[in-house]
Design a protein around this ligand. Structure first.
Ligand code: ZN
Length: 446
């Protein structure tokens, strides 16, 4: 069907939907995301000590992407990439607390124009509406943080709070006939695996044997208990979705970035571009999507918007930097394409005022293409290469590219970076002294 045809059909369907119930006319779209989630902490991605039956079942019911990446290891900017299909320098939110440009289309807005109701339930402080501006287009943006329960402050909202809030909202909506006629875009974001890693009683994995207790094993063990815990509440939420959101629906399960656990001498996320930060889980289910298929293609958060719009038979905005993965389960059309990752400082100090931040180079940028990776470190003025076919964990940097490409890999990365629009970021909000204290306590301010 042509785009015009689709739009006509959509307009007709919407007009009909306003007059009379059309159960199951348009599919719902559910985005389930977990912050700071390493793919290799999930059973379906091979983690032997994981207890993640909900996410594993999603993979069995749909398509799992083996090689998915973020654009940047920072929550706000990574979600801005997901909702715009643009890299951070293009959408403008290069660091947490920086506002993305207001003149670019975002997913919730596009779906709203197509007749969707939209609701978001967030759990990470950096997703607050007044920071990056990710609330744009959402009819309902739930950013309630239960301060009393958060010993570490208000940075994180626990999975049970998030799941219950979304469940309660879905139940209320289900009782409203008028709203039930509209398709829903639901985004629920969990943050439990984010540092600090809590020991979740009842969800801890077996302790490793004494001879396998390498440095930091307790932190990894607690992290896994957080992942298992979040999977449990995802299960509860999935039951609520099943009950209160009948009809066809597409579901995307994804993380915003991974987490380094001592690899390359780093704990945390954001500052470097190595695989533990870059790699994320990504699973897609829905009508017509093959069950239990695993796709090797190089994909990422940058592809979410064009893919979802294709599935819902809506037109893409011009200028997107990702690509559609439809038909889901096949190798994407267009062959190999480079993927970029940015590593940057956390500093949000400029956000003490409403002034702009002058453009600064990030700490690192990288490009990956056909089994080769080039990494440029601005702070060290150094470019290195990795042959991922023999060194997938990026432990043996090479001074020259492992493959002969034209133009050379390093030149392509330089050209990409040179040609990016470099906006002076606007601070999203005026941070209070308490905000600053919170950010510092979690290492978000250098
Ligand atoms: Zn995050």
């Amino acid at each position: 069907m042509t785009v015009a045809g689709r739009r006509l059909l959509l307009a007709t369907t919407l007009a009909a939907a306003i007059c009379a119930p059309l159960p199951g006319a348009e599919p719902h779209f559910v985005l389930l995301s977990v912050d700071t989630l390493r793919a290799d902490a999930l059973g379906t991605y091979g983690a032997k000590s994981a207890k993640t039956p909900t996410i594993d079942a999603l993979a069995t019911a749909g398509v799992l992407f083996e090689d998915a990446q973020t654009t940047i290891g920072k929550t706000g900017p990574a979600f801005a990439s997901m909702f715009t299909s643009l890299y951070p320098p293009t959408h403008g939110a290069r660091r947490n607390a920086q506002r993305m440009r207001g003149d670019i289309p975002v997913l919730a807005e596009i779906l709203g124009e197509a007749g969707y109701e939209s609701a978001a339930f967030i759990s990470n402080w950096t997703l607050r509406a007044d920071l990056v501006g990710l609330n744009r287009g959402f009819d309902h943006y739930d950013e309630e943080f239960n301060q009393a329960r958060n010993a570490v402050g208000v940075m994180e909202r626990h999975a049970d709070d998030v799941a219950r809030a979304a469940e309660g909202w879905l139940r209320l909506r289900a009782g409203d006939e008028e709203r039930n006629r509209r398709p829903l875009f639901l985004w629920v974001h969990f943050s439990d695996p984010h540092d600090p890693y809590l020991e979740r009683t009842g969800f801890t994995p077996p302790r490793p044997p004494q001879d396998q207790r390498t440095g930091g094993w307790q932190r990894r063990w607690r992290y896994q208990s957080e992942v298992n815990y979040v999977d449990h509440w995802l299960g509860r939420l999935s039951e609520a979705i099943e009950e209160f959101l009948p009809g066809p629906r597409y579901t995307v399960f994804v993380s915003d970035h991974g987490e380094s656990m001592g690899e390359h001498g780093y704990w945390g996320h954001g500052k470097n571009v190595h695989w533990p930060n870059a790699r994320i889980p990504m699973i897609l289910t829905g009508p017509g999507i093959p069950e239990g298929r695993r796709v090797e293609a190089a994909v990422g958060v940058i592809d979410v918007l064009p893919t979802v719009l294709d599935l819902l038979e809506l037109e893409h905005p011009a200028g997107v930097e990702g690509r559609s993965l439809v038909p889901i389960g096949d190798e994407p059309e267009g062959g190999a394409r480079p993927r970029y990752v940015i590593g940057d400082k956390h500093s949000a100090l400029f956000a003490r005022s409403r002034r702009s931040a002058p453009y600064e180079n990030p700490l690192q940028i990288s490009m990956e293409l056909e089994g080769a990776k080039v990494l440029h470190d601005f702070s060290k003025s150094r470019t290195v290469y990795f042959d991922l076919t023999v060194d997938p964990h990026e432990e043996r940097p090479l001074p020259a590219p492992p493959v002969d490409m034209v133009p050379p890999l390093g030149r392509r990365l330089v050209n990409w970076y040179r040609d990016l629009p470099k906006y002076e970021a606007k601070s999203g909000t005026v941070l209070s002294e308490e905000d600053i204290r919170q950010l510092k306590s979690l290492g978000y301010i250098d």
